[in-house]
Design a protein around this ligand. Structure first.
Ligand code: AVJ
Length: 370
């Protein structure tokens, strides 16, 4: 049995296969993965959704078949979309990923010293690429009993990340959590001890303001007074820099946006012609957000066979496919405040392009010990 996720096949081994029986020609990552379930340092568990998460069909009915048209950004990330997102992060224009990574490398020691976590719980951990900085800081601080809880929808990705991190950090215990955080956080295990929650990548910017506050409130509800949150958020800056980041010269972001139509075609048996659309990303200075659109180049009709619906698009009509909010120190603090949180430290590069905020329950909302 194998699992496929984000374009990579991951072998899943039956438990009677011992590590000694794995033939030498099996690639090294497969060997490491196959030992994972036999390693006492690893556990994998499913987090049940606390509330139903709408599926593609419902999102299409509610967003795409009505005007103004929109779709949630989570459908970008099929196999090709995930690969394109990785390539976006390598374009010279898309600064957020490398800026956040450098920032985390620089401040991980301070975050760990303040948080002194027994558990690091990361929401939307993906390949856990940036988390290594925190684990290295833990090793350096001698806090080697800390456990890592990556939470992601993609189980193969979680397993691969766990295998890699456990190989790099001797003694690290990884508890992989498989689930969709959009379905709520109340189904998460609550290990005892001090917890550091981590939510990176400025993913919080993909939520509408009320959704973001709702999500942070759910997080705050999991926190005790000794716990903290490390939040990554992109910052307001010159529109030229922002718009370039979402309109890279090589056209990778355009391909990423247009790939959404391929996802729809595959999942809904629809007949979108990507060539009949163009990518557009604009900075909306009033709402302080990048808005990414697919624009219909012509007047056209699209059939959504699986739904028994069709879509009439005018020439120039747009579909909003993603918002990516940008923050100031003030709007960040206000958002945290509405969720019952307050920052204790903010880390940013000299150019102020990105912020990592270390936050805790605000004094008012902190639970008093009995
Ligand atoms: C990392 C998911 C927050 O909004 O900047 C990158 C996604 N979209 N280029 C962002 C994205 C277009 C990205 N997130």
């Amino acid at each position: 049995m194998s699992l496929k996720c984000r374009g990579i096949w991951f072998p899943r081994y039956v438990d009677h296969v011992s590590v000694w029986e794995i033939p030498a020609h099996v690639p090294i990552m497969d060997q490491i993965l196959s030992r994972l379930d036999m390693d006492e340092r690893f556990r994998c568990m499913r987090v049940p959704a606390a509330r139903p998460v709408p599926g593609l069909e419902e999102d299409v009915r509610r967003g795409l078949l009505v005007r103004p048209r929109s779709l949630p950004p989570k459908y970008f990330y099929d196999e090709r979309g995930s690969a394109l997102f990785d390539r976006i992060c390598d374009t010279p224009e898309y600064y957020p990923t490398r800026t956040e990574d450098a920032l985390l490398a620089a401040c991980a020691g301070q975050v760990i010293a303040r948080a002194r976590p027994d558990h690091i719980i990361e929401l939307g951990s993906g390949a856990s690429r940036k988390t290594g900085h925190l684990l290295t800081a833990l090793d350096r601080a001698g806090l080697d009993g800390c456990q890592y809880w990556p939470f992601d929808v993609c189980e193969p990705m979680l397993r691969q990340a766990a295998a890699r991190l456990m190989a790099a950090h001797a003694g690290l215990r990884v508890n992989a959590l498989v689930g969709d955080y959009l379905g709520g956080l109340s189904g998460m295990p609550r290990p005892g001890g001090r917890r550091l929650f981590v939510f990176l990548g400025s993913t919080v910017g993909n939520f509408e303001p009320a959704e973001a506050v709702g999500f942070l409130r759910e997080l705050a509800a999991l926190m005790d007074s000794g716990d903290s949150l490390l939040l990554g958020a992109d910052r307001v800056k010159s529109p030229a820099v922002l718009e370039a980041a979402y309109n890279d010269a090589e056209g990778v972001t355009a391909a990423f946006n247009l790939n959404l139509l391929e996802v729809l075609n595959r999942e809904l048996d629809s007949d979108f012609m990507p060539d009949a659309f163009m990518h557009r990303a604009l900075y909306n200075a009033v709402d302080q957000r990048i808005e990414m659109y697919l624009i219909s180049r012509v007047r056209q009709m699209v059939h959504l066979s699986r739904l028994g619906e069709h879509l009439e698009l005018d020439a120039g009509e747009s579909i909003l496919t993603e918002i990516s909010r940008k923050f100031t120190p003030e709007t960040l603090e206000a958002m945290l405040g509405e969720a019952g949180l307050e920052s204790v430290a903010r880390f940013e590069p000299e150019n102020g392009y990105f912020s990592l905020v270390h936050a805790r329950l605000s004094r008012r909302s902190r639970v008093r010990p009995l």
